[in-house]
Design a protein around this ligand. Structure first.
Ligand SMILES: [Zn+2]
Ligand SMILES: [Zn+2]
Length: 130
């Protein structure tokens, strides 16, 4: 499975393959980074994510963690933790997000009440999923 996506203004385009997982993150950092009540992500091996147009700007949101976004329009795109072999891509920047369905929630210990209706019935993890 090959999926394509990009930012709001179109300056950054990417391609990913072999999605491993999709999930909702309710952490406070994703909330700030996206301006949304919760943020859906798709996980892929680092080598299965490729920027095919433009250059992502990056921000170190925690030690060893880089968040990639479009430096022109600001769309958040990538979460890259140096010690992991996988990266996470914002589901909402895919050209067809409904091709993937989140299967669980993480960091529900900081979930907002307004996000209750998202992904009803899915497993909820207070912090990271195991
Ligand atoms: Zn952009
Ligand atoms: Zn998060």
């Amino acid at each position: 499975m090959v999926l394509q996506g990009g930012c709001l203004c179109g300056a950054v385009r990417y391609r990913l393959r072999h999605p491993r997982a999709a999930y909702w993150c309710h952490c406070t950092i994703c909330r700030r980074a996206s301006g949304s009540a919760a943020l859906p992500w798709v996980t892929v091996a680092r080598e299965d994510f490729e920027v095919v147009q433009g250059v992502m700007a990056t921000y170190a949101s925690s030690p060893g963690v880089s968040r990639g976004f479009c430096g022109t329009c600001g769309s958040p795109i990538l979460f890259d933790m140096a010690r992991e072999d996988a990266v996470d891509v914002t589901l909402g920047t895919l050209d067809d997000p409904d091709q993937l369905t989140p299967t669980h929630h993480i960091w529900t210990s900081t979930a907002l009440a307004m996000a209750d209706g998202l992904g009803p019935g899915l497993p909820r993890h207070a912090a990271e999923a195991e």
